[in-house]
Design a protein around this ligand. Structure first.
Ligand code: IMP
Ligand code: MG
Length: 179
């Protein structure tokens, strides 16, 4: 195990098994809908690649990059660094996210995408950290891989100051690394 990791929260095997389960559900949900699967970069990159191969229907890939985080806390100041390429009007859109924490980014993103009038808009997040939610955020993810406790996690795409994204598991970062 990487020395900065306190505990492996989700192993490679656990993650892959859950992605297979979600894949079966999403395959049924999006059959004959030719969905646009929208990844929120960069944290989703690894999950996206694994998840999309388990959604066994024709689909279109697209990406956005939004940022609100500095270090281990959300700034609440969300901005779009990369906009989506597809025209989503009248299309079925599935957002893939790495983690749903305060809700700042997803709330912003959902409001932004709804203005473009998609036929449907759903959210699938690998991780949900409900205790991190900002008061007043009512948005719910439609599909959740794992609900996790309020800890700062890295790996499987998630970073701390851009490090640890390539760990194959999700682990809790030792607090002394960021304090
Ligand atoms: P939110 O806007 O606070 O819901 O946060 C969403 C984004 O914050 C995610 O897409 C992640 O990039 C980042 N984030 C939130 N919690 C963690 C964590 O525990 N580890 C790494 N990144 C996180
Ligand atoms: Mg991030």
């Amino acid at each position: 195990m990487e020395r900065d990791i306190q505990e492996v929260l989700l192993s490679e095997e656990q993650i892959q098994a859950r992605i297979k389960e979600l894949g079966e559900i999403l395959t049924e949900e999006y059959r004959d809908k030719n969905p646009i699967i929208l990844g929120v970069l960069k944290g989703v990159a690894i999950f996206y690649a694994d998840m999309i191969r388990q959604i066994k229907v024709p689909c279109q890939m697209d990406f956005m990059c939004i940022s609100s985080y500095k270090g281990t806390s959300s700034t609440g100041n969300t901005n779009i660094r990369l906009d989506l390429a597809a025209d989503i009007r009248g299309r079925h859109v599935l957002i893939l996210e790495d983690i749903y924490d305060t809700g700042n980014s997803l709330t912003y993103l959902v409001n932004y995408l709804k203005m473009k009038e998609p036929a449907s808009l759903k959210i699938c997040t690998l991780l949900d950290k409900p205790e991190g939610r900002k008061p007043g955020v009512t948005l719910k993810a439609d599909y959740v891989g794992f609900t996790i406790p309020k800890a700062f996690v890295v790996g499987y795409g998630l970073d701390y100051n851009e490090a640890y994204r390539n760990l194959p598991y999700v682990g809790i970062l030792k607090p002394e690394v960021y304090t």
